[in-house]
Write a protein that binds this ligand. Structure first.
Ligand code: F6R
Ligand code: MG
Ligand code: MG
Length: 366
């Protein structure tokens, strides 16, 4: 059975500040999606949040980039924004960059990850959602899941994974893409994806079967809008088991809270902390950045679940380490590498200060 899994998300208002989503907004989204399940447009859905982002997880049979599905997500965000305004939520409608829907939510602000698959007899899927970071945050975990034998032993000892995976990498600034094969091209792959501000892993495919293994949202809000409008707060869908990494191999990269861009004012490096949905409430210095993961068994399009995958004590050490790294990074205050390099900061006073002080700069006599 062919089924499409679409995860479409947007920050349409925060509560309090940028720290969480209001329960009434989730209830409103639930109401909207229930209507479309009843009408038959959706096979199934699950509404959740990650920090201040509203997440619509949907299954249907209309394929990727379908106008009706995108319209229903857009209309849900518009409805939610109206409610966010009456509640006076912070930044109501912040990710809706356009006033009118024009057929596809791509480039309009919301983040999207979609995959159309031939559902297997048993189809475990893991949906990762992030807050206070940008789309390149998935590069390191996706590399580890699908290319690093120190993370995924299946690459070494499971025949089904031994042929490796191919990575579709997007240059988010120049709007170009390239596909590179693991294991033989990993050095070429890493020169790109080790620079996650510019190159993001969009999708991963099994080389044994050609099937899609993972897909992420790569929309960079600031590049769409040409100004700071909030962090991307990306999502990523990963299929698991069989020809794909086991659930534990998919989750294992998050035992290391690697440094990602984002955090306060989208202008800092901070540790990527794996948390339960309930703990996705980034409050300390508007962070540190969070990642949640919901697991489902996809059965004839029905989302059997969710299981809250990081609500597991085995991620306690990662959370502790993330808190220790947060302390350490915070002690740098306004200095790099806690603060992002000048050209990467989402907020800056530089043009104004540079203009004001230009007349006080003197040439160096060297
Ligand atoms: C980071 C984020 C927050 C805000 C900060 C200032 O992605 O959303 O850290 O940047 O709270 O917000 P404003 O400028 O809306 O007062
Ligand atoms: Mg926000
Ligand atoms: Mg957010």
């Amino acid at each position: 059975m062919k089924i499409t899994l679409s995860v479409i998300k947007a920050d349409i208002g925060g509560y309090v500040g940028h720290s969480e989503s209001h329960p009434d907004i989730l209830a409103k989204a639930e109401e909207c999606l229930a209507r479309h399940k009843k009408s038959g447009l959706l096979v199934d859905y699950h509404v959740t949040k990650c920090g201040d982002d509203l997440q619509l997880i949907m299954t249907h049979q209309r394929g990727e980039e379908n106008e009706e599905i995108h319209r229903l997500a857009w209309d849900t965000f518009v409805e939610g924004t109206k409610l966010a305004k009456t509640l006076g939520l912070y930044g109501a409608g912040q990710d809706l960059l356009s006033d009118a829907f024009s057929g596809n939510v791509k480039g309009m602000g919301p983040g999207i990850a979609e995959m159309e698959i031939e559902e297997r007899k048993s189809e475990p899927v893991l949906i990762f959602m992030a807050d206070k970071t940008s789309s390149g945050a998935w590069n390191m975990p996706l590399y580890k899941m699908f290319a690093d034998p120190f993370n995924s032993i299946g690459l070494v000892i499971a025949l089904s994974m031994h042929e490796g995976f191919s990575f579709e990498v997007h240059d988010v600034k120049d709007h170009k893409k390239i596909t590179l094969n693991s294991p033989e091209e990993i050095y070429d792959l890493l020169i790109y994806i080790g620079a996650p501000g510019r190159y993001a892993v969009k999708a991963v495919y099994s080389r044994a079967t050609g099937e899609i293994a993972a897909v992420s949202s790569t929309q960079r809000l600031s590049l769409i809008a040409g100004r700071y409008v909030g962090k991307d707060d990306p999502v990523c869908i990963v299929r698991s088991q069989g020809v794909f990494p086991a659930v534990g191999e998919v989750l294992e990269p998050f035992a290391f809270p690697h440094l990602v861009e984002g955090w306060m004012r989208g202008s800092h490096h901070g540790p990527f902390m794996p948390v339960s949905v309930a703990d996705s409430i980034p409050s300390r210095f508007d962070g540190p950045p969070r990642v949640t993961c919901l697991g489902f068994q996809l059965t004839e399009g029905k989302l059997v679940g969710p299981r809250d995958m990081f609500a597991d004590i085995s991620f306690d050490n990662a959370r502790q380490q993330a808190n220790d790294v947060a302390d350490y990074m915070r002690r740098h205050g306004p200095f790099e590498p806690h603060r992002l390099p000048l050209e990467e900061m989402e907020y800056t006073t530089m043009p104004e200060i540079a203009e004001k002080l230009a007349f006080r700069f003197e040439d160096l006599q060297e």
